[in-house]
Design a protein around this ligand. Sequence first.
Ligand code: GFP
Ligand code: GFP
Length: 829
Amino acid sequence: KEVKDYLRLLDKPLDESEAPEARNSALGEDALWHVLYSLGQDNTHLTERKCYWGLVLAVRDRMLEKWSEVQRRYYKNDDKRLYYLSLEFLPGKFLRGNLLALGLENEAHEFLRERGFSLDEIIAKECEPGLGNGGLGRLASCYMDSMATYGLPAYGYGIRYSYGLFRQEIRNGQQVEQPDNWLHEGTHWLIPRPYKLYPVRFYGTVYEWLDDNGILRHDWRGGDLVMAMANDVLVPGYRNGHVNSVRLWEARPHKEFVLSSFNAGDYIGSVQEKISDENISMVLYPSDDAPEGKTLRLKQQYFFVAATMHDMVRRFKKLNKPWDQLPEKNVVQLNETHPSIAIPELMRILLDEELLSWEEAWYICQKLFAYTNHTVLPEALETWTVELMEQLLPRHMQIIYEINRRFLEDVRLHFRDEPDLPSRVSLITAGPEPRVRMSHLAIVGSFSVNGVSALHTQILRDRVFHDFIRIFPDRFNNKTNGVTPRRWLRQCNVPLSWLLSEHLGCGWVTDLNQLEKLRELVDVEEFRHDWEQCRLTNKKRLADYIEKMNGITVNPHSIFDVQVKRFHEYKRQLLNILHIISLYNNIRKKPEVKMQPCTFIFGGKAAPSYRMAKDIIYLINCVARRVNSDPHTRNFLKVIFLANYNVSLAQLLVPATDVSEQISTAGYEASGTGNMKFALNGALTLGTRDGSNIEIAERVGDGNIYLFGLCEQEVIDLRRRGYDPWDIYKNDSELREVLDMINSDQFTPGDPTAFSSIFNSLLSGGDPFMILADYRAYVEAHKRIAHEYVDRELWIKKSIMNTAGMGFFSSDRAIKEYSEGIWDIAPDV
Ligand code: GFP
Ligand code: GFP
């Protein structure tokens, strides 16, 4: 097949034999019914929008039927349930994935085609919920998909933000943030539950009283009440009739209006309270790794956690079981420390409302909670001032003090000869402004603590949580991240999915290890030809998008070298652009040397308050402007910045990428999941020995990945010895030229200081990310890539070997490990 054949396939269902879920009525009929009866619109005259929402509702019906059945079964089978608490979910668009999961793609196509519309075009206009910043939120969504596909009795819990992460525009090369009003049109993918409402308290006073047994009890009263209202998003498993849900809490005012001030004519005053209460779920915080003093953020955390614990306890009470069975019937996974206030909240419920003893309550908590750590950046490890905690959550602060008192007493008892240990592991820091360390709270209150790649977990053991390893030797474990093959291969890469299924059958979609069988096909020339055609199809599609969005023509036969992820100094987009500048210089100096054309593509957002990250975006765009308009280099080098990177854009980029840039300073990236998506789709990784890159190398084979630069230990050693970037600057003339260009007005005519902060960060500040230390090795790795890319047979073989080796990185594998190794829950089938 050639490119044009694959393009035709894009619009066809993969497997005609995949029967839709049995139902009496056709999807299209139901959609039309909904246009009239649910949307209240004329269904004899159809528009694209009406068809879209009609379809959404018809698909939702089918999911609801299954969901309802599944929920009843959880009770009937007395299943142990998982609660996955996450402040972020990044599900991406819904329609395509849900149609695929239910086997309804064909029907939807037909329905639309008959009416002159196209599914692709409709999906292009579907809005995307950006309820997460990056890896953490996207991982949560991959995990929800795998839990449903595996059939686990599981629930996701989070916040229904009215505004997701900001929409990024690039104006004059700079990032400009626009609000992401993803709900402006409403969405039927969310099912509001106005009757599932819980009050959540803030501030207030703690009263003491003695119960009948003379035990001191506490009662938290007064303060402000906000209502948490449930909204459910359904998550279907892949072709298994299983449907789970993610419950997103929305803040609602406790009192509609303060009637007295309304009567007094103070209309605005009376809605003031309503406005501020709703603020809690108004907007997602951009991850700027400095949660300093953000009362609203702590409010968000407690808000969703309190409502969730309430919901869990409500369900448990329906079972009429004694409290000590709570952890036998439930398990709570804390995605990062953001929801860790759940531990004192459950203690409060058990102690103050259910009147259990401290020992009983603590026993339950420690058997119920498990905590996943996703970062070792010290500034990202959350702490809250005791002062803020005491004000906002006075009862929880008391409980934290008591947890800490008992914990430290134990530590003193068991580690008598280490007088410094208690202060190091304390939940509360010493000093004039004491703070609560949320990670310590999460570790002490959980039965399991896991990292997200082998290296990351090792770093947790050796450095970050070293003291705790000795106190709780059995508590720590590793669960290497994974990505869902449904979205990150089946959905985003239709041509390759076709090719795979033609040769391997369709089983890989739910059993990714079947990709191993590709190894037998590497030497089949015709298969390699088809593989290349698939890749070219995807690259052309991306080239069209770039042309449309950026007005720049790129050559689909050039190397597509892609770095898309949040902008952060540790992820080192800067290293990438330094190399591009030196490439540019070389082409200009030696126009006679023939070079493999390259297209470097960037995408990602910088936190609005992160100056340096925004400067790096500006630099990339300025370099792009210069390079793309230079007639001497135009045919060899293009630099593209794609604005507003999100899940949909990732789905377009991932299958079209030749070289996947994963170049963080070793020891900084906990795992990475972008790296997995690219390699799964046949891109070759250019990476450091960081996070899960190491495990990817083990599985695809060292010869099929380009690893370079300092490893984690070398980074530490160099730092200890003293890292001197000026030395590198002096000795590497090519690099010096690049840095001097940045420190001049070469890319910003008339403004020579535009990037002096970048220049200084690399040289004068002792750069903790050691960009210059890895520079030469990075350039050499690029040379190897340029050289090997030309050998098409070699390159395609490597590409196939990447896909073949990625079975392990399925989120299905990760979820199986979590459910067997931590949660102790089994599928309900
Ligand atoms: C679930 C479903 C409800 C159903 C009950 C009982 O609710 O529709 O009535 O189970 O089967 F949502 P909870 O588990 O949240 O109570
Ligand atoms: C974080 C870590 C990544 C890791 C993900 C998921 O991502 O290394 O892969 O969590 O575990 F940094 P961000 O949310 O920071 O993108």
